[in-house]
Design a protein around this ligand. Structure first.
Ligand code: HEC
Ligand code: HEC
Ligand code: HEC
Ligand code: HEC
Ligand code: HEC
Ligand code: HEC
Ligand code: HEC
Ligand code: HEC
Length: 340
């Protein structure tokens, strides 16, 4: 009997010893796990902050403070912006102006556009949030998708003003409470602007919410006019041929017109580094000309700057050099803007 009690005490001692060891951290990161791979520029985070343990929390990403929150709830949910590649995240909890806890973790933001960030370093893994039971979260959030998350969205009947009015129809989206920052950009893609998330994300897919590949299967479901127009052409752009629409376009929202991941020129130069000086345009003319490719108004497109897409179609064309403007030769192309 006594031995049993002694044993119990020892077990209790070990157990409390262990929990004291774990208890070194005041705050707990519920999401994300350390060393996760992310695809987009926003990281969702959720922390546990026991009552009275801290009064403010600061979040640094790669040594820059991105957010400071007043710790007034046991569950703190927020999101921070991510750069491509490794992001070191430091979470520091303060109480009465002294640091009481500090957690460091890293996430890797993958990017198909930049070859340096295409492949994650060893040790990083993708964590599919919606593949696990998140009982901890469903106490406050709705994690079962509703019919209203898939609203019919027609390209031809889409009212453009919806793109400018924030969070349209967000109220009946179950995704909104966690993913609201996904559309917090100036240029929002139609279906995302009205929070019709299930237009593309399939709750029955594996992994849950996976989008069909290649992108064309999804995009051409709505952009029928473009599909028909482009498929009539003779030549197709590399990434278009592989159906990778989202390598250039965000399906959600971005800083740039047409929801491009980057301003047009930067986008093109990601893969065509050597075209950055405009030399290729006038090379055939001879001499040491450099053609402007930025900083000048496009004479054929009102309110647009001259850039790669002044002359090239990023999707398809009837010329092998992917010229736009329906021209058959380089000379004809020059004449569109240079009539003298
Ligand atoms: C105690 C209630 C509660 C729990 C539990 C909870 N949340 Fe939240 N969460 C909230 C509230 C309130 C908001 C703010 C909603 C709003 O402003 O629309 C929020 C917002 C969020 C946001 C958006 C933050 C932003 O600013 O972009 C994310 C992401 C999030 N929660 C994830 C989670 C995850 C993951 C879990 C589970 C680990 C979780 N939450 C558990 C209450 C909770
Ligand atoms: C409780 C909060 C919460 C709700 C509600 C929620 N999500 Fe998420 N979701 C997350 C978090 C956290 C991630 C991890 C990635 C990130 O940081 O955004 C995520 C990731 C995803 C992913 C990437 C794949 C994965 O499983 O990691 C998709 C796609 C997605 N959510 C779609 C949706 C859609 C569509 C809805 C609405 C039907 C929805 N989510 C509702 C919190 C939530
Ligand atoms: C036009 C199609 C489309 C719409 C509409 C759309 N998404 Fe996505 N979403 C995608 C694609 C494509 C990806 C890239 C991942 C993939 O290919 O599976 C993605 C990825 C995501 C991710 C993963 C981010 C990561 O870091 O891995 C989240 C979260 C997400 N979507 C949430 C949403 C939410 C919330 C909505 C509604 C506002 C929405 N999406 C609407 C196409 C769409
Ligand atoms: C559910 C229908 C739907 C799907 C699926 C869809 N779109 Fe859209 N898209 C729209 C609507 C609606 C608009 C806004 C109307 C408009 O501007 O023409 C839009 C606008 C756009 C624009 C901006 C047009 C402009 O002139 O600024 C681009 C670019 C675009 N979509 C690309 C895509 C890509 C890439 C995909 C696939 C990942 C996709 N769309 C999938 C409905 C859809
Ligand atoms: C190489 C990058 C790139 C790829 C890949 C790409 N786009 Fe685009 N897309 C652009 C650029 C740049 C524009 C803006 C063109 C302009 O300013 O004239 C654009 C414009 C658009 C528009 C606006 C209307 C129009 O007709 O120009 C739609 C819709 C669109 N893209 C859909 C798609 C779809 C669907 C795919 C996949 C089949 C795709 N894009 C693949 C770069 C790309
Ligand atoms: C993700 C990488 C990627 C991006 C971004 C990209 N391209 Fe390309 N581009 C390619 C590939 C791959 C080819 C095919 C290469 C080949 O056949 O030699 C190609 C071919 C071309 C060609 C035709 C070359 C020929 O065969 O004569 C032109 C013109 C072109 N791209 C223009 C653009 C413009 C303009 C943009 C920006 C809107 C752009 N590209 C963005 C990958 C890209
Ligand atoms: C003023 C019109 C014009 C602009 C602007 C322009 N191009 Fe071109 N591009 C041409 C012409 C003309 C050719 C054909 C050159 C030849 O065949 O010698 C060409 C050819 C190409 C080719 C394929 C042939 C090669 O030399 O590899 C690519 C790729 C290309 N351009 C990419 C771009 C990119 C990227 C930009 C933006 C930085 C751009 N172009 C801006 C007119 C233009
Ligand atoms: C989409 C319109 C457009 C097309 C097509 C175009 N250019 Fe230009 N080009 C411009 C603009 C704009 C300027 C700058 C004019 C200025 O400085 O005000 C320019 C300037 C030039 C210059 C002068 C450069 C300098 O340093 O002053 C030359 C040479 C030139 N273009 C040759 C060509 C040739 C050759 C072609 C055909 C392969 C061509 N351009 C096609 C718009 C175009």
């Amino acid at each position: 009997m006594r031995i049993k009690i002694l044993f119990f005490i020892i077990v209790l001692f070990i157990a409390t010893g262990l929990s004291a060891e774990e208890g070194r951290h005041v705050i707990t990161v519920n999401y994300p796990p350390d060393r996760t791979i992310m695809e987009f520029g926003i990281l969702s985070m959720s922390l546990n902050v026991p009552k009275g343990s801290a009064d403010s929390i600061s979040i640094l990403v790669n040594d820059k403070e991105k957010l400071r929150i007043v710790a007034d709830s046991e569950f703190e949910c927020f999101s921070v912006p991510l750069a491509a590649g490794i992001n070191r995240i430091n979470i520091t909890a303060q109480r009465e102006k002294t640091a009481v806890d500090s957690i460091e973790m890293t996430v890797f933001r993958r990017s198909d556009l930049e070859s340096a960030y295409k492949n994650p370093p060893p040790g990083f893994e993708k964590d599919y949030f919606h593949m696990k039971n998140r009982d901890q979260c469903s106490a406050c959030h709705i994690l079962k998708p509703a019919d209203t998350d898939k609203k019919p969205v027609s390209v031809s009947a889409f009212p453009a003003e919806k793109l400018r009015s924030r969070d349209m129809s967000a109220a009946d989206s179950t995704c909104y409470s966690c993913h609201k920052n996904l559309t917090a950009y100036p240029f929002i893609h139609g279906p995302s602007a009205v929070w019709s998330c299930l237009s593309c994300h399939d709750p029955k897919a594996a992994p849950v919410y996976a989008v069909r590949k290649p992108d064309t299967k999804v995009c051409f479901g709505c952009h029928i006019e473009q599909k028909e127009e482009w498929e009539r052409k003779k030549y197709f752009h590399g990434p278009f041929t592989t159906g990778s629409c989202t390598i250039c376009h965000s399906p959600h929202a971005s800083e740039n017109p047409s929801n491009l991941h980057k301003p047009t020129l930067d986008l093109c130069l990601n893969c065509h580094v050597d075209k950055g000086n405009g030399r290729h345009i006038v090379a055939a003319v001879g001499g040491s000309y450099f053609h402007p490719i930025r900083g000048k108004p496009d004479p054929l497109r009102k309110d647009r700057e001259l850039s790669c897409v002044s002359c090239h179609d990023p999707h398809a064309s009837d010329s092998p050099r992917l010229w736009r403007l329906n021209v058959g030769s380089g000379f004809e192309l020059c004449r569109k803007c240079h009539t003298d």
